[in-house]
Design a protein around this ligand. Structure first.
Ligand code: PHB
Length: 386
């Protein structure tokens, strides 16, 4: 017979044992997104895509139950880092994911490194992010991919004199540098390089400047969520009628906002890795299922969230539910069909390799879409070519 003290110890051990068994049966993924603030559409899109992935693929992987924990960082990098720390230390997540803007991803990179926690970047797109930690894997895209693909198209289509306009932070610097360098390499002319603040941008002064300079084309990168305000002002100030062609990264003709932008978007040529109009069977099903669940169209953020979950699930299968280096190894080198087309996670750079499509905004069945008409196939990040 147990005495009272032994009995209590046994209960405590049993409770502890159940707790451990539960902990080992559950694998947690910590997702940090801007659900509020200026980048909230990114959070809404990626959160919806993660939920769709789980609804379609279930919660069991390698015999474990997946638990996704979503935290809102409001796009404040200090909050991103603090939430990542809590998710790693308190919740013992096996992977971190999300990261709406570059500063949030950069702020979290040291935590991924110190704790050996794989960190899947589903939104932020500055080239150097994957170099900030050996535990970072990216499923979004890089601005140099979009900028170089578009500069090659513009050169072949008679655009010689350009002005660039970008958001004044990491991805904007990449877009500006890689677009304008490619224009110069093609013997074109860069008339000016303009920047607007990430928070509360005012487009009036830069648009006036562009009007005065009269380039063949204005090249624009703004982060997802700012495209509609910019495009409306571009139209209101009559730049479209002044013979200045607008070309952009696909962040500006964002599927999340495209129908709100309206006619001023028609004919805008842009480069990106995902269009909701991508004509594959897999994408048609993805868009239909996403819209049925959410009543809004998936954009490029959604597809990156969806693919990020695929990368995590398959890596967990390979690692038998283990985290750390085993999970990271399972992420490297994955090659698969995504709603965007074929995707490779380059084992050396941990960055995404995919097609960069050249698209034109067109009206079809009463709605606006980015219609693909050309592509740079299997494009690596030009920012990595040293
Ligand atoms: C970024 O901060 O890296 C970023 C955010 C939104 C985009 C692209 C890049 O659309």
């Amino acid at each position: 017979m147990f005495n009272r003290r032994q009995h209590l110890t046994a209960i405590a051990l049993a409770v502890l044992g159940t707790g451990l068994a539960q902990a080992q049966d559950t694998v947690k993924i910590g997702v940090i997104l801007p659900m509020t603030g200026q980048q909230a559409s990114t959070g809404r899109q990626i959160d919806a895509a993660i939920k769709l992935w789980v609804a379609q693929n279930g919660k069991k992987v390698a015999g474990k139950t997946i638990e996704v924990i979503v935290k809102d960082d409001g796009s404040i990098p200090d909050a991103t880092r603090r939430l990542a720390q809590e998710l790693v230390v308190n919740d013992k997540v096996v992977a971190l994911a999300g990261f709406g803007i570059t500063p949030s991803a950069m702020a979290t990179a040291p935590i991924a490194t110190q704790s050996k926690t794989p960190m899947v970047v589903m939104a932020a797109a500055t080239s150097s992010i994957t170099e900030a930690s050996p535990y970072i894997v990216r499923t979004s895209f890089t601005l140099p991919q979009a900028a170089v693909a578009l500069a090659e198209w513009s050169n072949k289509n008679g655009i010689k004199k350009v002005v660039s306009l970008v958001a004044d932070y990491g991805p904007g610097f990449d877009a500006e540098k890689f677009f304008t360098n490619q224009v110069l390499l093609n013997s074109g002319q860069v008339m000016d390089k303009l920047r607007t603040p990430l928070r509360a941008p005012d487009f009036a002064p830069v648009l006036q400047k562009v009007r005065d300079l009269k380039p063949d084309a204005l090249f624009v990168f703004l982060p997802s969520g700012q495209g509609a305000a910019f495009m409306k002002q571009f139209g209101e100030r009559g730049l479209d009628k002044a013979g200045i062609r607008l070309i952009a990264t696909g962040d500006v003709t964002d599927d999340d906002q495209l129908n709100d932008i309206g006619d001023v978007a028609l004919g805008v040529v842009n480069a990106h890795h995902y269009s909701a109009a991508h004509p594959s069977a897999m994408n048609k099903k993805f868009v239909a299922d996403f819209q049925a669940a959410n009543k809004f169209r998936p954009n490029f953020m959604a597809v990156s969230g969806y693919d990020g979950m695929r990368v995590i699930y398959k890596a967990l299968e390979a690692s038998k539910g283990q985290g750390g280096d085993a999970l990271l190894a399972g992420m490297k080198g994955q090659i698969f069909e995504s709603p965007r087309g074929m995707v490779l996670i380059d084992a050396q750079t941990r960055d995404v390799v995919h097609d960069m499509y050249i698209r034109k905004v067109e009206r079809k069945d009463g709605q606006l879409w980015n219609i693909e008409f050309d592509a740079v196939k299997g494009m690596k990040d030009p920012g990595k070519a040293k």
